[in-house]
Design a protein around this ligand. Structure first.
Ligand code: TYD
Length: 203
């Protein structure tokens, strides 16, 4: 059986990822592919418990502890959901993955980026996405879309989100084959068209 594909979606909060994931899932399903949707943090089961801590815990959280919780969720998602589905020949669409740790904990929290990359490869046993989309959006628009009801991560402030954005752009420059950066100040339809173009390249 032909191996499936692993596709990840990245970008700042409010960048429109979820809309694009759903549109792509519909497109691929219509073409006859079996699509599996998952997300980080919060893959089905144990991941949901880890997500609850990461987004809602109100006490102090060390940056390193935060990193390991995201990585723990990632290991669970990769081993239990992503890899088996790809082995079955499915197309896995994952809302956030390794690049979120690099952008948010590496660039955003200013932890050592190379160390985060190493920890990522331990969490995933080196299982990498076939394609990654970064939906680039300016920090002001992202903050407006998130609105007032902010979770723990969204409360980090505009300097943090400027670093996150810059981190994503650096990731795009470093790995242009895998990572496609899409300007998200465009219509949903135009963005969807670009996503399809880059997906067709790898199908
Ligand atoms: P979520 O509500 O899923 O945000 P979004 O809808 O924007 O994806 O919350 C996930 C939050 O966790 C988001 O602020 C990004 C952050 N995050 C990290 O900081 N590091 C990570 O490795 C991951 C996967 C997410």
């Amino acid at each position: 059986m032909q191996k499936g594909k692993f596709i990840t979606f990245e970008g700042a909060d409010g960048c429109g990822k979820t809309t694009q994931i759903n549109l792509l899932a519909e497109y691929l399903t219509k073409k006859g592919y079996t699509v599996k949707l998952t997300r980080e943090p919060g893959c089905k089961g144990l991941g949901e418990k880890i997500r609850e801590i990461l987004l809602n815990y109100e006490g102090d959280v060390s940056d390193v502890c935060e990193s390991f919780l995201f990585l723990a969720d990632r290991a669970q998602n990769t081993d239990i959901i992503v890899k088996p589905a790809v082995e079955r020949g499915e197309i896995v669409l994952c809302d956030r993955h390794t690049d979120s740790s690099v952008a948010y904990q590496g660039y955003g929290r200013q932890l050592d980026v190379e160390r985060i990359r190493k920890l990522n490869s331990i969490a995933t046993s080196g299982f990498n996405p076939d394609r990654t989309f970064v939906f680039d959006i300016d920090v002001e628009t992202s903050m407006q879309r998130v609105g007032k009801n902010k979770d723990r991560m969204e409360s980090a402030g505009s300097e943090f989100f400027n670093r996150v954005r810059n981190g994503y752009l650096e990731i795009g420059k470093r790995e242009p084959e895998r990572v496609k950066v899409i300007n998200s100040n465009d219509t949903i339809e135009n963005i969807h068209k670009q996503v399809i173009k880059y997906i067709e390249e790898i199908l």
